[in-house]
Design a protein around this ligand. Structure first.
Ligand code: GDP
Ligand code: MG
Length: 163
């Protein structure tokens, strides 16, 4: 089976933008059960010669039971649990927020391999902002720009060992 990659992080850091970039049109909306899985987008991602299953956590569009916070945590935990590698994303422009720290704690507790992505790093300010993510204790932040397709070579190098 293909390795499973989960994109995790607080809302608005750019997870879906990266998902769309890696998946393109090869989107598979697999599960229509109510609850957790409805929010989850899964597809076949490609980066260079690497092919993988990839999950975008976040979609908070649909109404369901439970607080937003609880549902997000549940969905994120489920995705992390199944993942061979977690892409933990922060926003290099916004700096590290309390929500980043909460999500990072979930990832740390799961003891899964993590690649730390500091997104929106397409400008000099963005690259400088990416250093702040060191404080999350999830390793070296990789500056990327999901929107502009920058840093994907470094992401490739980081993903390669999981294949
Ligand atoms: P999600 O909530 O984590 O899935 O974030 P989205 O993918 O929906 O993106 C949130 C916002 O950030 C959108 O307005 C995106 O256009 C923007 N965004 C995503 N990636 C980048 C990036 O690399 N650079 C900049 N400047 N904006 C980005
Ligand atoms: Mg999203």
């Amino acid at each position: 089976p293909l390795p499973l990659v989960a994109i995790v992080g607080r809302p608005n850091v750019g997870k879906s933008t990266l998902f769309n970039r890696l998946v393109g049109k090869r989107l598979a909306l697999v599960d229509d059960r109510p609850g957790v899985t409805r929010d989850r987008r899964e597809g076949e991602g490609r980066l260079g010669d690497l092919t993988f299953r990839i999950v975008d956590t976040a979609g908070l569009e649909s109404a369901a039971e439970g607080s937003l916070e609880a549902r997000m945590r549940q969905q994120t935990e489920a995705a992390i649990d199944e993942a061979d590698v977690v892409l933990f994303m922060t926003d290099a422009r916004a700096g590290v927020t309390a929500d980043d720290i909460r999500f990072a704690d979930l990832v740390r507790r799961a003891h899964r391999p993590v690649i730390l992505l500091a997104n929106k790093a397409e400008s000099r300010a963005g690259v400088a902002g990416s250093y702040e993510a060191y404080s999350l204790g999830l390793g070296d932040p990789l500056p990327v720009s999901a929107e502009h397709g920058e840093g994907l070579g470094e992401l490739y190098d980081a993903l390669r060992p999981f294949f």
